[in-house]
Design a protein around this ligand. Structure first.
Ligand SMILES: [Zn+2]
Length: 238
């Protein structure tokens, strides 16, 4: 067993940065860790003085504060999917439990539950992605056509992407891209993303003119945007 000495509690305060824990071991160098909850942990050699440790952390104060801010603004990570009976998956804002079935033409289907064919289980995430992609293509095509016709927008084509960090984009050539994950969200939220990207075909940036245009179609866009920010991280299958 490795021998480690832990010094806990708020050990050192300095302008803006505090060390929450010092872990001493046989190591020769200092290491600074900002944990997901923002706690600052220093791994240090057995005999290094506290003032040397403080000096080190102080020299990294900007990095520590920046990292803490970033960590706190990130939602805590979700447990990974295991593809077991009863685990839920989202579609149009509703969570449906997963069940396994023996005989079924499609690998995955949705009724009151997500029904996954038993022998498709080893490739469950692939089956889900394919299913979401098909639904995304159908739903987004329909919604884009509907709003484009209603408000006189023109676009080139619709692309379904695997993007994780954004909910839509619009190229200068008028290609509208949406991640297949978007169909996990409720329809009014999907519509906000569709209107947002269609509005970019007219105003390519996020200027006040852009938001005025979005608001003229969807007065409560802010609420939808907030909703997506908060709930978006739930929409994953891995
Ligand atoms: Zn935008």
């Amino acid at each position: 067993m490795r021998k480690q000495a832990h010094e806990r509690g708020t050990i050192t305060r300095m302008p803006g940065v505090s060390i929450d824990e010092i872990i001493r071991s046989k190591r020769k160098t200092l290491a600074l860790i900002v944990q997901r909850d923002g706690r600052v942990v220093v791994r240090a050699p057995q005999r290094l003085s506290q003032s040397k440790i403080m000096e080190f952390v102080q020299s990294k104060a900007d990095w520590v504060l920046e990292t803490q801010t970033r960590m706190r603004s990130q939602p805590s990570p979700l447990p990974p999917k295991h593809y077991v009976e009863g685990e839920t998956f989202w579609y149009l804002g509703q969570a449906y439990p997963l069940v396994f079935v023996e005989h079924q033409r499609e690998a995955l289907s949705l009724e009151a539950n997500f029904c996954l064919r038993q022998n498709a289980r080893p490739k469950a995430s692939e089956a889900f992605e394919n299913w979401y992609r098909r639904r995304a293509r159908a739903i987004l095509t329909e919604r884009v056509q509907h709003y484009a016709a209603k408000h006189g927008f023109s676009y080139q084509r619709i692309r379904i992407s695997a993007a994780r960090s954004r909910w839509g984009s619009c190229s200068s050539r008028g290609t509208l891209s949406f991640p297949w994950r978007l169909v996990m969200a409720p329809l009014p939220v999907i519509d906000y993303v569709v209107i947002h990207e269609l509005a970019h075909t007219v105003v390519p940036n996020h200027s006040p003119r852009f938001w005025d245009l979005v608001a003229s179609i969807l007065p409560d866009w802010k609420q939808k945007r907030q909703w997506l920010k908060k709930n978006g991280p739930l929409y994953r299958i891995d």
